[in-house]
Ligand binder design. Structure first.
Ligand SMILES: Cc1cc2nc3c(=O)[nH]c(=O)nc-3n(C[C@H](O)[C@H](O)[C@H](O)COP(=O)(O)O)c2cc1C
Length: 196
C-alpha cells in the first residue's frame, strides 16, 4: 500500500514513506530488529538527560500482549489484534535527581517514540500509535506506579493488505493523507505570519 507523503520540497524517503497502517501481516518481528528499534528510542535526547520514557513490550501470544490488548478501546482492539508487537509507552513525571516536576516528560517520550519509529521504518516495519486505551486497565494490568503517566499504546509490525480489514477500516486505509500547509505552522516576525 503506497501512501507516500505528497511533499513540496522532498524529504527523506524513510519519513516520506512512513504512515500509520491498521493492517499488519501475521508474522513476528525478528529479535534483532526489535533490539535496534528500542535502542534507537534510548538514544533520543531529553531534558537534563532524564530519559523519562519506559516501555512495556508485548509479543503476540504472550501474557503481556494480551494484557495490553485488553486495555485498548474496542475500535483499536479490532485492528491492533493483528499487530505482532504492542508496546505501552510510559513517562516519568518527576526528575529523578530532585523530584521536581519535569514539564517535558511527555515531549521527551514522544520524541523517543519518533526515534523508534524512524528506525522501524529503516527496518521495513510500520508503527501505529494509539491514544485510544483505558488508562485504568493498563495501570492495573501492569502495576504502573503513580509517578508514571501512560502515554500511548504502539502497534508495530510488517504491513498487511487493506483487504484484511473490514470495509470501513479498509476505506480509511486507502484514504489520502493530508497535512497543514507549512505557512500555517511555520512563522516569522510574529505569530501567524508565514515563514514561507
Ligand atoms: C498520540 C497519537 C495517538 C493516536 N491515537 C490513535 C488511536 O487511538 N487510534 C488510531 O487508529 N490511530 C491513532 N493515531 C494515529 C493518527 O490518527 C495518525 O498518526 C494521523 O492520522 C496521521 O496519519 P499518518 O500517521 O498515517 O501520517 C494516533 C497517533 C498519535 C501520534
Amino acid at each position: 500500500m503506497n501512501k507516500q507523503a505528497k511533499t513540496k520540497y522532498g524529504i527523506h524517503s524513510l519519513l516520506e514513506n512512513r504512515w500509520s497502517p491498521r493492517s499488519f501481516r501475521d508474522i513476528s518481528i525478528e529479535k534483532e530488529k526489535l533490539q535496534r528499534i528500542f535502542e534507537a528510542a534510548s538514544w533520543s535526547p531529553s531534558c537534563f538527560n532524564e530519559q523519562p520514557w519506559r516501555f512495556i513490550v508485548g509479543e503476540k501470544g504472550n501474557e503481556t500482549y494480551n494484557k495490553i490488548l485488553e486495555g485498548l478501546v474496542e475500535f483499536n482492539k479490532k485492528w491492533a489484534v493483528n499487530a505482532p508487537v504492542l508496546i505501552v509507552s510510559l513517562a516519568k513525571k518527576y526528575f529523578s535527581k530532585n523530584y521536581k516536576e519535569n514539564f517535558h516528560f511527555l515531549y521527551d517520550t514522544g520524541q523517543a517514540v519518533a526515534h523508534l519509529t524512524f528506525q522501524a521504518s529503516y527496518e521495513g516495519l510500520y508503527v501505529h500509535q494509539m491514544a485510544g486505551f483505558n488508562f485504568e486497565t493498563i495501570k492495573n494490568n501492569f502495576d504502573i506506579p503513580d509517578e508514571f503517566y501512560i502515554v500511548t499504546v504502539i502497534a508495530v509490525g510488517y504491513i498487511g493488505s487493506p483487504d484484511l480489514l473490514d470495509d470501513k477500516l479498509k476505506e480509511s486505509e486507502n484514504s489520502e493523507r493530508v497535512r497543514k500547509e507549512l505557512s500555517e505552522i511555520f512563522f516569522k516576525e510574529k505569530f501567524g505570519l508565514s515563514w514561507e
